[in-house]
Write a protein that binds this ligand. Structure first.
Ligand SMILES: NC(=O)C1=CN([C@@H]2O[C@H](COP(=O)(O)OP(=O)(O)OC[C@H]3O[C@@H](n4cnc5c(N)ncnc54)[C@H](O)[C@@H]3O)[C@@H](O)[C@H]2O)C=CC1
Ligand SMILES: O=C(CO)COP(=O)(O)O
Length: 320
């Protein structure tokens, strides 16, 4: 049994994909009305329209209904993860918990794996991350992800149980690299959206992706990540997808900023909070993250797009 907690686009897509592969899947949502709507429509009309829920996906509203042997996937937005874990700690003790969220907590400045460890020290944390739009997974398109778990045995078991014919899962023990790659690429995707929205050109985007990758590496390596993790699916792979596709909400949010257009506040944009959390963490660590700084200044209204670009271009010249 796999229990997916969080019935947004991603949780629903993963539940559908795993169920099509034959397993029993629970799909929990925090809002009882949402659970009822899933039961009635057999579709997540709001977040993943047009994808029927297979019969073996069971929408649930009580965490009590999650059986003790279930693998739990946490597919909630990053800024709700800590509250979910703290408010329901009794349900998570000594469990294997696989985070599917990408971001850093605004209060603690850490990613989802560290958040699990902090909130439920008896749990075995893991993370499933990498380049994958929910719609692509739901439509059965080929996708490859990274599963990171410090415990090799648990990681291998998760890799087996979460792989499907269309979803190929690679494994690592480097949870730090995996969680930071997934979190920080969203900030760079916002920046790339801004330059495209402001018609600053594809060359500027390529520069931002490259220097953004350098920034991601700087923080991740300082915190103990392996360089190869950043070069893999959870880092470079997801950076490439999110910075180049209008399928990405972070990129689209940046586009709107660059065009001076409003953006729907109901849409999940993980990179906005993560930019602030990452910048605070970078300051604590004494490392330079100029693109993250520029995105944060733009989001906080301290600078406009042109000034944000000037902030980046006027920095002292340095070696690559
Ligand atoms: N949508 C995608 O293509 C992908 C999303 N992700 C990650 O998955 C995570 C979730 O994103 P999506 O499913 O896309 O978001 P979404 O915007 O589609 O849905 C978010 C869901 O979270 C629920 N929610 C809100 N507050 C909650 C709370 N306090 N407790 C429990 N649930 C709550 C909402 O009801 C909603 O159903 C994010 O961290 C995102 O980066 C990862 C890979 C792909
Ligand atoms: O993480 C994602 C793809 O891997 C989804 O990106 P967005 O959250 O920007 O839509």
């Amino acid at each position: 049994m796999i229990s997916v907690l969080g019935a947004g686009a991603f949780g629903t897509a993963v539940a559908v994909s795993l169920a099509r592969n034959g397993g029993s899947v629970q799909l929990w949502a925090h809002d009882p009305a949402h659970v009822e709507a899933l039961r009635q429509a057999r579709e997540n009309v709001l977040r993943l329209p047009g994808v029927p829920l297979p019969d073996n996906v069971e929408p649930i509203e009580r965490l009590d209904d999650v059986p003790p042997e279930a693998v739990i996937l946490l597919a909630v937005p990053m800024q709700t993860l800590r509250h979910l874990l703290q408010d329901n700690a009794e349900h998570f003790l000594a469990r294997t918990l696989v985070a599917c969220c990408k971001g850093m907590d605004l209060k603690t400045h850490v990613g989802p794996v560290q958040t699990i460890s902090d909130c439920v020290p008896t749990a075995m944390p893991a993370i499933l991350t990498g380049p994958s739009f929910a719609a692509d997974i739901a439509h059965g398109l080929p996708t490859a992800l990274t599963l990171a778990c410090r415990d090799e045995r648990v990681g291998k078991a998760l890799q087996q149980s979460l792989t499907t014919p269309n979803l190929r899962i690679y494994r690592t023990t480097d949870t730090i690299g995996a969680e930071l790659g997934g979190a920080l690429k969203n900030v760079i995707a916002i920046a790339c959206g801004v330059v495209i929205g402001a018609r600053l050109g594809d060359s500027a985007r390529a520069a931002l992706m490259t220097r953004g990758y350098a920034e991601m590496q700087r923080m991740a390596l300082r915190l103990g990540a392996k360089p190869e993790t950043l070069a893999g699916l959870s880092g470079f792979g997801d950076l490439a997808l999110t910075c180049t596709s209008e399928g990405s909400r972070n990129f689209r949010f940046g586009l709107s900023l660059g065009q001076g257009e409003p953006f729907d506040t109901d849409v999940t944009v993980e990179g906005a909070a993560t930019a602030r959390a990452a910048l605070a963490r970078a300051r604590e660590l004494g490392i330079e993250m100029p693109i993250t700084g520029a995105v944060t200044a733009l989001l906080d209204g301290q600078v406009d797009v042109r000034q944000a670009m000037d902030m980046l271009l006027s920095r002292p010249l340095k070696d690559e």
